[in-house]
Design a protein around this ligand. Structure first.
Ligand code: ADP
Ligand code: MG
Length: 240
């Protein structure tokens, strides 16, 4: 069983101005432990696909199974529960709460999941350690660099030990050197077993994944495995 199984997945928006077919029959399996880049031009359906895979939106047609669960069969509560348990999200703009420190930001998904304070603190500290930021636990987002803020966001995505990390343009707001560091972190997490699906329009970013899926007009037009560029090599090159 694949972690993600979509069959003829469709998403149609009915607007006054007419129908928009954002996703036009996507059938994909994504295996546990893979690192997948989803690429394609603006408007090709990447975010629509991510929102469906992330259980943030419902399809107009087709099937989606996540970790064996038929997502269509769930009500809103069931969907929220599945999302909280199975998926960690990373966004381009980090989406950290500005008034609370890094540790409290990382704890948030565990509050929603109902863990008590002591467990939350321990797990959040451990997740911050995993992204190399344990000593910044009590800094607020404003007191951190962009790359550090994204690390905090990744720690927050990891804290509930999800089966899947979903990242929509996670390096889009970072300079190229910091972007490589973040890609290196994703690769490290992937080597440790994390399943990652990363949306990007940037070919340099896409090269770090093990599998590349390209969308166009709501369909998959290309899907192949590749030997990923190792971000550690690039970091070494940049330092020379
Ligand atoms: P991408 O992320 O690849 O840029 P999107 O998935 O955001 O593409 O969009 C795919 C298509 O669906 C586009 O034509 C877009 O205009 C349309 N679309 C996306 N979201 C909505 C929405 N909420 N309402 C109407 N149309 C939408
Ligand atoms: Mg998009």
């Amino acid at each position: 069983m694949a972690l993600i199984e979509t069959r003829d997945l469709r998403r149609v928006y009915d607007l006054d101005a007419g129908r928009v077919v954002a996703l036009d029959g996507v059938s994909l399996d994504i295996e546990q432990g893979d690192f997948v880049a989803v690429m394609g031009p603006s408007g090709s359906g990447k975010s629509t696909f991510m929102n469906l895979v992330g259980c943030l939106d419902r399809p107009s047609g087709g099937q989606y199974r996540l970790a064996g669960t038929e997502v269509e069969s769930l009500d809103a509560d069931g969907l929220a529960h599945l999302r909280n348990r199975e998926i960690g999200f990373v966004f381009q703009q980090f989406n950290l709460l500005p008034r609370i420190d890094a540790l409290s930001n990382v704890e948030l998904p565990m509050i929603y999941a109902g863990f008590d304070r002591k467990v939350r603190r321990e797990c959040a500290l451990q997740a911050l350690g995993r992204v190399g930021l344990a000593e910044r636990a009590h800094h607020r987002p404003m007191q951190l660099s962009g790359g550090q803020q994204q690390r905090v966001a990744i720690a927050r995505a990891l804290v509930n030990s999800p089966s899947l990390l979903l990242a929509d343009e996670p390096t889009g707001a970072l300079d190229s050197r910091t972007a490589k560091e973040i890609l290196g972190l994703f690769q490290e997490l992937n080597r440790e077993g994390a399943t990652i699906v990363l949306v990007t329009h940037d070919a340099d970013v896409g090269r770090h994944a093990r599998r590349l899926i390209r969308f166009r007009d709501g369909r998959v037009i290309e899907d192949h495995r590749q030997t990923p560029v190792d971000a550690r090599d690039l970091a070494a090159e940049a330092a020379e």
